[in-house]
Write a protein that binds this ligand. Structure first.
Ligand SMILES: [Cu+2]
Length: 335
């Protein structure tokens, strides 16, 4: 599979994220479109910026640009001192150069704001408030010194959804932490989250994250932003942003409130990614973090291509991985 194909599939993955809120157009598949991805996309636009015509042009992954398709992320707060809360303000300007004031909500919010340090530590998923005149405001603390990346994930009214990214600096002595090794379980606040499935570059990868507490599966997850979980994936090295979403939603008659939450993810390239799962239980939203590797068969050392449950390195065979909890019927989609 060539590079353009991988990127094309990635664009389609983004369209799956944003298309539901937009509900415009039909699928005009970029190269690399798969029947599986198309089934998620039916009736939705196919690209964050175009609905066709430029399908052959390799797209830039989300979050790497401060300006795209005429829209620009403009900070209105200059310096953020480490450890000190600030009222962080910013705008999105449109093709006419003015702040955009009308957005199409996606997942219950007009704008999702993700902040993470360049070493992939300190993840925050925030929801700024509109202050009028296209100004967004959010209480923000950058806990430690360092270079941070902030992502705004939004859809201007009448336009396709997009993710723009900007740098934020917290002055001081920055001591980057090494990326954690790939793991299959993450602990947060007394909960354990187990990851099944593997990221495969350029393909739709099915991931199931299963939540348990005190060794017992959690079967009463609470909807958060219209889903039982939200997963953000950031690429190690440049923080390319991939916002993926669950298979099914609360109240659709087939999606159980845990313990398994299934996602479909498209990653544009091989390499390491950091996954951040937000889930809500007992009235509190928590984030479980994983490092996962999108590999190729060649990248897996001989003899280590073992079943995923033992924490072996990622393989390409993501779609063959069953959901460990059987929270939905594998027959009701075509992955
Ligand atoms: Cu959000």
């Amino acid at each position: 599979m060539n590079g353009a194909t991988k990127v094309g599939a990635y664009v389609l993955g983004l369209a799956a994220v944003f298309g539901g809120a937009l509900g415009v157009g039909r699928v005009v598949g970029p190269v690399g479109e798969t029947p599986a991805a198309a089934s998620h996309d039916a009736g939705h636009s196919a690209s964050p910026s175009k609905t066709g015509g430029e399908a052959e042009k390799p797209a830039v992954p989300g979050g790497l640009q401060v300006s795209a398709a005429g829209y620009t992320l403009v900070p209105r707060t200059d310096v953020v001192e480490p450890g000190k809360p600030v009222d962080f303000r910013f705008s999105v300007t449109g093709p006419d150069g003015r702040p955009v004031t009308r957005f199409t909500p996606e997942h219950d919010k007009k704008l999702h704001f993700i902040v993470v340090r360049r070493d992939l530590s300190g993840f925050q998923h925030l929801h700024p408030e509109e202050k009028g005149g296209g100004v967004w405001s959010v209480p923000l603390t950058l806990p430690e010194a360092g270079e941070y990346r902030a992502f705004a994930d939004f859809a201007p009214e009448g336009a396709d959804g997009m993710t723009l990214g900007m740098d934020l600096s917290a002055p001081g002595d920055y001591r980057p932490e090494p990326l954690a090794a790939p793991v299959r379980t993450a602990a947060v606040d007394g909960y354990t989250v187990a990851l099944a499935g593997d990221l495969a570059p350029g393909r739709t990868s099915r991931l199931t994250l299963s939540v348990s507490k005190d060794g017992k599966p959690v079967t009463d997850l609470e909807p958060y932003l219209g889903a039982y979980g939200h997963l953000v994936a950031l690429r190690d090295g440049d923080l390319a942003y991939l916002h993926v979403h669950p298979d099914g939603e609360p109240g659709d008659g087939r999606t159980a409130p845990g313990p398994g939450i299934t996602f479909y993810a498209e990653v544009p390239s091989a390499g390491a990614y950091r996954l951040f799962l937000d889930f809500k239980h007992g009235g509190t939203v928590r984030t479980a973090e994983f490092t996962a590797t999108a590999g190729t068969a060649a990248a897996v050392p001989a003899g280590e291509d073992a079943p995923e449950a033992d924490g072996s390195p990622a393989t390409e065979d993501a779609e063959a991985t069953p959901s460990p909890e059987g929270s939905h019927d594998p027959g009701d989609h075509d992955h």
